[in-house]
Write a protein that binds this ligand. Structure first.
Ligand SMILES: Nc1ncnc2c1ncn2[C@@H]1O[C@H](COP(=O)(O)OP(=O)(O)OP(=O)(O)O)[C@@H](O)[C@H]1O
Ligand SMILES: [Mg+2]
Length: 329
């Protein structure tokens, strides 16, 4: 069966393809917004050149050179054989095929070796490095990538990358891409696209009211929308559209993994805020939470909620609010 491709990303994919023709692209956005899906749709789509990939997991951050090992896994020995002996030795050490590089000299050797490998490859055809989850690239690999990115231009080396950043914030690792990199924030899906996503996922057309509720609660995030849609189907399509949506336990655990870092007092304050239509510090103090401001500072540190300059309490995501509310005893 033909892969129908990502829902609702036509425009973004078109701009990314154009930009990639002459440079690098860095998608950024919060968890589940669809960055990896876009990388998968783009990677190798133009057919030309050499594509090298890595997609580190969070735990890979502590493993030196693991990204480099993945990126260079498909580079054949005939390329490595063309490196000067000391550079080849340094690179093989980094790739765990020899002794691990510890001196400054050998670390420089690794950087120069990777630069030369990419130059050799790009003499044949343009090279694209596809790096998902840039934020989890281990430090030694990141240093090599930054070194290389400063020395190879867009016509020889392109990076197609994704970085997870909190909503509305900028990526911190663009230095791993050549300097002409274009940052493309991945926006929420529209209600119409969420409807298409859910239809594709479930094969069932949910009532318009439910789709709108899911879109609103997910804030257009496809991962959350899919989880909510599946939970709605599991619990039976609601007959009264106003009924609150079930927040699946798995999603609750994911969203609230940092809630436990808050004091019981701060958790109680957030719970009260989650129940209010327009939560504010004034309202919370009047409702018996005299330390509401302090509690909100702690909640902001855990990326759960924030009180703005006017004392209005805003949850980081509508689902965080719903999940906290759902945790109520
Ligand atoms: N445009 C889309 N069309 C169809 N499905 C999508 C789309 N975007 C995302 N999804 C689905 O939503 C889920 C999350 O998407 P994805 O893994 O791409 O997010 P992400 O931004 O890479 O998240 P993370 O930061 O956790 O890596 C996946 O199941 C994916 O298949
Ligand atoms: Mg991803």
């Amino acid at each position: 069966m033909n892969d129908p491709g990502p829902v609702g990303r036509g425009e973004l994919l078109r701009s990314a393809r154009e930009l990639l023709a002459g440079g690098s692209v860095l998608f950024c956005g919060p968890a589940g917004i669809g960055k990896s899906t876009l990388l998968a749709a783009l990677a190798g789509a133009d057919g030309g050149g050499t594509v090298l990939r890595c997609a580190p997991a969070e735990s890979d951050r502590r493993l030196p050179f693991v990204c480099l090992i993945d990126l260079l896994a498909d580079v054949t020995d005939d390329v490595l054989a063309r490196l000067p002996a000391p550079l080849r030795a340094a690179l093989e050490a980094a790739l765990l095929r020899g002794e691990h590089p510890t001196s400054d000299q050998s670390r420089l050797g690794v950087r120069l070796a990777v630069l030369q490998v990419l130059q050799l490859l790009s003499d044949r055809a343009p090279v694209t490095l596809v790096i998902d989850d840039l934020q989890w690239v281990d430090r030694p690999s990141a240093e090599v990538l930054a070194f290389v990115a400063r020395r190879l231009t867009g016509d020889r080396l392109r990076v197609l990358a994704a970085e997870r950043v909190p909503d509305g914030e900028q990526p911190l690792h663009r230095n791993l891409c050549p300097p002409d990199v274009a940052e493309l924030p991945v926006p929420p899906l529209t209600p119409r696209d969420v409807a298409r996503l859910l239809l594709r996922d479930n094969g069932v057309l949910l009532p318009h009211g439910s789709v709108l509720q899911i879109h609103q609660l997910a804030d257009g995030n496809p991962f959350y929308a899919l989880e909510l849609g599946r939970a709605v189907l599991r619990s039976g399509v609601p007959e009264s559209p106003g009924r609150p949506l079930p927040v699946p336990r798995r999603l609750r655990a994911l969203l609230l993994d940092r809630l436990g870092e808050l004091s019981e007092r701060a958790q109680a304050t957030l719970l009260l805020a989650s129940a209010a239509t327009r939560p504010s510090l004034t309202l919370l103090r009047a409702a018996g939470r005299p330390d509401a401001a302090e509690d909100l500072v702690a909640a902001e540190r855990c990326d759960l909620a924030v009180a703005d300059d006017d004392g209005i309490v805003r949850f980081r995501h509508p689902l965080i609010r719903a999940a906290i509310y759902a945790e109520a005893p």
